[in-house]
Design a protein around this ligand. Sequence first.
Ligand SMILES: [Zn+2]
Length: 457
Amino acid sequence: MRKQSVSRTASLVLGLLLAMVLSATAGWAQVLNSGEDWAEPPTGTVAIRADRLFDANAGTMLANQVVLIERDRITAVGSDVRVPPDATVIDLGTATVLPGMIDSHLHITPQGVQSLPYETLRALQQAQANALGGFTTIVDLSGRHTWAPIDIRNAINRGLHWGPRMQAAGPEITPRDRSMAPTPLTIDGEGFEGELFVAGPWLARHMVRKLKHYGADWVKIYATQDFEGDEYQHFKPNGTMVNSPSVTLEEMEAMVDEGHRRGMKLACHAFGGEGLENCVRAGVDKIEHGNEMTDEIAKMMAEKNIAICFTLQNMINTPNSDLPRTGGKVSRLSLTIDTLKKSLTFGVPIAFASDTNPDRHGTQAWQFAKYVEFGLTPAQALQTAFMGAANVLNYGWADRVGSLEPGKYADVIAVSGNPLDDITEMERVRFVMKGGVVLKNELTEIPAGLMTSGATR
Ligand SMILES: [Zn+2]
């Protein structure tokens, strides 16, 4: 009798718990389907038509193409695609259609001393600015002193907010025992500088494991110690670069091994010298900056398929500070231009990587014109932000972004003119669709159901 009573009480409690779980689940489902139109792509077939379409694989412009879309995916592309009679047609007229761009190195978190909640909100807004600028996929390569980009990635993936596709590194691994952003705050209230301080291969592995545990897709390692000390700033007076290696080859190899075995990718901040060489020998996935790239390093990078990233946002103004320090000989920008030419000579893969910081997100397409000025063709410059960047993404995302092909996400942008004639067209993106949902449209009339109301507010 007593046993039965216990079991009845238990089943009452269980029932109550179940009801609570169900109502919580229903509440969650309601949140996702109560008008947040960025959460779900429209049903039915959508056809985008335009006078020109950029073939991101071939680097050529095709005429009179149609992109057919079912929900969030492309199902067909071509000039002879049959458009079903009930399809919704988005006619972009004389515009050029391109894949959504990919920026493989930026930072959405401010480097200021605001509260973490404010910085996170600001970072979300900056992530969204990238999407509106045509960058529908971004890699945040260091949340500075925070894990904010990882939470923002999760919030977008879960449909709580609209925004670009994201991969993120979390805080960077810095052997400097200090951050570029000197704020000793983290999401868990700990100063991360000490924790992410490299002190031997096993602690290096521990840091990589910690990044993985908190959801990082990437490990960002500062491999040259450029900002340390007052005596030299980047250069010695004779024009040679100060490139103190930050970690040993053994430590670098430990991080690469640990990262790869946990399904992460690794990116090295490295200007040159032994620090850069350690990254390449250990087999990281991409090199940021790479200013002093020797022929030997270039050859090795081409052989190992390690991408170079020019990060012009932080290089473009360096002649102002570097030329006085080097007697007018060199600057980080002049070295970057050398690296770009060398990359073409040796066949080093180039991934678009702007190094954009808050206030400028969504405007980084100005860098294409510089790529062309420094030696890439307009088509090559564009390709760095399509398959060039897609090929370095984690989880093999090259099979879902970077070109307009059947099976890939319907991440589609458009500009008014022909960017092969005027590369600055990329600075004026007029139309953005991410996964079948239109985030921005300044070109044509389209049904309201295809457009998220959130993005244009
Ligand atoms: Zn950076």
